[in-house]
Design a protein around this ligand. Structure first.
Ligand SMILES: [Mg+2]
Length: 106
């Protein structure tokens, strides 16, 4: 879906229900995703797969709203910086020279 349509929808939701309610919804959706992952591990079938897809979509929608709510503070850039740091650390922990290999590809 087009970014502008998503952003307009998020803005309307935040204005309608308020930032606190949307943060609480993000908390609920994160919990639902955790349970969907648990179920998918326990019973990997079509239903658990479909539920996993749905809950990932829900969480991504709420994450996008949280980012939008804090956009004045450079939130997206801060999250991106954290992701870069954590992915670099992950690659280093795997101790297989992947990080160096990826850096050389740039
Ligand atoms: Mg959900």
């Amino acid at each position: 879906m087009d970014l502008k349509i998503r952003e307009d929808a998020y803005k309307m939701a935040i204005e309608k229900w308020g930032a606190k309610a949307q943060l609480e919804m993000a908390q609920e959706e994160a919990t639902e995703l955790a349970l969907a992952v648990r179920k998918h591990i326990r019973k990997n079938d079509e239903e658990s797969f479909s539920n996993l897809v749905e809950e990932i979509a829900d969480v991504e929608i709420m994450i996008e709203q949280i980012v939008m709510m804090h956009s004045d503070f450079g939130f997206r850039q801060m999250v991106d910086a954290q992701k870069a740091f954590k992915i670099s650390r992950l690659l280093k922990r795997m101790n297989d020279n992947s990080f160096e290999a990826l850096e050389k590809e740039k």
